[in-house]
Design a protein around this ligand. Sequence first.
Ligand code: MRU
Length: 363
Amino acid sequence: MPGQGDDFRTIWLSPADDAIVQIIDQRRLPHEYRELELRHWQDGLSAINDMAVRGAPLIGATAAWSLYLAARTGGRSETERAATELLKSRPTAVNLAWAVKRVRRAMESLPADADLAAAIREEAEAICNEDIDISLGIGHHGLELIRDIARQKSGPVNILTHCNAGALATINWGTATAPIYLAQKEAIDVHVWVDETRPRNQGSQLTAWELGQRGVSHTLIVDNAGGHLMQHGQVDLVITGTDRTTRTGDVANKIGTYLKALAAHDNDIPFYVALPSTTIDWDIRDGLQEIPIEQRDTREVSHIVGELDGRIVLVNTTANNTPISNYAFDVTPARLVTGLITERGVCAASEEGLLALFPEHAS
Ligand code: MRU
């Protein structure tokens, strides 16, 4: 078990055998908690491709640990081959490319006779430990926003979130959920509207599960309900995650995020995006034109996974041969984003806003 609450982890090196990396099989949740063992880098690649692990920061960490496994079993050339294959797996989340680049940089600075696997292990461990600190940083800054709303109203602060930008998408705490977990620790009355998030239902299967595990009050809604709730004063704040943010503050996130931003804008509801700086792609400016949008298997749309009589089953909900498209992400333009919550503070969704917090990226 990876531990609960503060000690929870989504990926870890087996304490019994350092040839094994362990993960939670997120495809089985919420019906079954099952751990998987990664022994070869190809196991890590499959876990990313098949979404046993998902969420931008966790995808990056899994890539780093997969490179460790490659180095252990196949040395430098196998590690390079693994890096090339991993980079092709999920194109939208930039953390994957960021993590691979970071490991490659560590490899380049090593003397030829150095222990490659030990060096990559150190890098993967650092990526995971830093991700926890980053999530907590986001949590503390986002908590201020929740505190402000709590001071101004009676009753719960109602927060709407989309997809899973929770502990399960990171190493612990999450991005969008970190402020919520810290608010709960302070006994602020919070309630979360959880978008189910078709087609893969990360909201109903993962976010609702982890909020439930941590005792956070929440209600599951269908993806189309958010606008209605906003019109009726039932949403105080929207917080989502992001898979890639441009240097100008456009954000790519799970498909449907853009529609929530539009509805929030129409109803004057603050729409914040929580992100680790590892999710910022400093090389691009125009999210609509430059962020690659992953298209996934159409069976994610035609079929739904659920539990029936204790068995996890896959059910077809469409007529056979129905033409289907499955865009996994959309881009919300910066103009619809009230602010970005990062580990260094909250800023405007703009180049000026981001550079004020991350001046080292001015060029
Ligand atoms: O396809 P997924 O499940 O990997 O998509 C995840 C999301 O869209 C999350 O909101 C995003 O990665 C931010 S996670 C902190």
